[in-house]
Design a protein. Structure first.
Length: 434
């Protein structure tokens, strides 16, 4: 009706609710019409601080791993992919990525914001961000230089400037805290956790990414264990995971599954994961497990040629990951359906999607009833079946409209379906911000 159209069709930017909490506006029986109700609900929704359930953000204390500024916005992989839809034939991805970040940003700005109308959701996101920061006049005049000067005012104050900017973003957006994605198996990130964990504000909370354990990637797991001074038994793998949980205090474990991830039906014994492996190109991104193999484990060369204490038939999912989740009462968040490197030359911008096997998720929920699973699917075609699953398993919680589903028309469709089928037992959205 009119109320839902106002809420769904309008733009809800965070603004502190002007209606006092002790107001009787919603309980009085007289003098209230539909417009009053709509106004009160919109004010309440707009005035709520939110928790961003999943991001790739890192705090300013993590130095160059904290990505921010106009050049990072303009070179986000959504926009790079959009640029190459219509880029001149003589411009190759290799040439583009060989440029420094500022030059890449100049090219994207010129192509998508000057020569074309910025009407895609990715380009509109940039404009919305800049407008929220009070830079609407610069957007109107297409003045990229002045936008850069705005950000440079924070840059010249070093770490303190970045911290002030981060606080500003949280205040404007109404985010209480955001949950990071932490993969400390990469030496680039682990230096900020060990031997001494760096302090960071409570607006950042951690999550531990464990893709290789989910997929049973023996080589990568053993390399990580050896490079950190652990043995290679399943007990050592569990201790490794426990120790990192003690270090970073994660809100949950998480993994992005390979596109062909599959768990066969149980034969009545222990569940075993079909070892399709981990897509190595996905793991070459920042904070990936394979960085350990490349940077920290020179003595692990030829590891596949050496007899392993970890049994080839052991299930890292059952005997390590799920056991630690149960022991620490930690949820496991799954991002399901990404098909990595559909166009490898575009690097991260070249990832696609695939229809996922939801039956594997159902088997996980059945086999591990004590573990809470958070799940989001990349394909629109999986959403209805996912809702049905969530209505059957109390240990399954759907969250967000991820990546290619993060478009207003699809968000509207998915959210309406979830409300109709699940009531309020889901998380409507996460930003996936980087």
């Amino acid at each position: 009706g009119p109320l839902s159209e106002q809420i769904v069709g309008g733009t809800l930017h965070y603004k502190k609710c002007p209606i006092p909490y002790n107001s009787h506006l919603m309980t009085t029986n007289t003098g209230v019409n539909v417009d009053d109700i709509a106004s009160a609900i919109i004010s309440e929704v707009r005035g709520q601080e939110v928790i961003d359930l999943h991001t790739h953000l890192l705090p300013p204390s993590h130095g160059s791993l904290c990505l921010w500024g106009i050049d990072e916005l303009l070179t986000y992989h959504y926009l790079v992919a959009e640029y190459f839809m219509s880029a001149p034939a003589e411009v190759t991805p290799e040439d583009f990525y060989a440029l420094n970040k500022e030059k890449q940003a100049d090219i994207v700005w010129e192509a998508l914001f000057i020569k074309q109308s910025p009407i895609s959701e990715a380009t509109r996101g940039v404009l919305t961000t800049l407008s929220a920061l009070g830079l609407g006049a610069y957007v109107k005049s297409r003045d990229l230089a002045s936008i850069r000067r705005f950000y440079n005012k924070f840059v010249k104050h070093g770490l303190q400037g970045v911290e002030i900017f981060a606080q500003l973003v949280y205040k404007i957006s109404g985010v209480r805290y955001a949950i990071m994605t932490n993969i400390p198996f990469d030496s680039n990130e682990s230096q900020h956790w060990r031997p001494q964990k760096k302090d960071y504000p409570n607006t950042f909370k951690s999550a531990l990414r464990v893709d290789p354990l989910l997929a049973g990637d023996k080589k990568t797991i053993e390399a990580a264990l050896k490079s950190s001074g652990y043995g290679t038994t399943l007990s050592d793998a569990r201790q490794y995971l426990h120790d990192w949980c003690d270090t970073i205090s994660p809100q949950y474990m998480m993994a992005s599954t390979p596109h062909d991830f599959y768990i066969p039906p149980s034969d009545g014994g222990s569940m075993r994961v079909k070892k399709t492996g981990v897509n190595e190109s996905a793991l070459q991104a920042p904070f990936a497990f394979t960085e350990v193999v490349a940077n920290d484990c020179s003595e692990c060369d030829g590891v596949d040629d050496v007899p392993s204490i970890i049994n080839e038939n052991s299930d890292f999912l059952v005997d390590v990951l799920m056991r630690v989740c149960e022991e620490r009462n930690l949820p496991l968040a799954l991002k399901i359906g990404a098909h990595r490197a559909v166009n490898p030359s575009l690097l991260q911008a070249g990832d696609g999607m695939a229809f996922a096997d939801t039956a594997s998720l159902a088997r996980l929920c059945t086999q591990f009833p004590k573990v809470k699973f958070l799940a989001t699917f990349l394909s629109r075609a999986n959403q209805h079946e996912a809702c049905v699953l969530a209505s059957k398993f109390r240990n399954l919680h759907l969250y967000g409209c991820w990546w290619y589903c993060n478009n207003p028309s699809i968000i509207d469709e998915i959210t309406r379906m979830r409300v109709e089928m699940l009531g309020t037992s889901f998380t409507a959205q996460h930003s996936d911000a980087r």
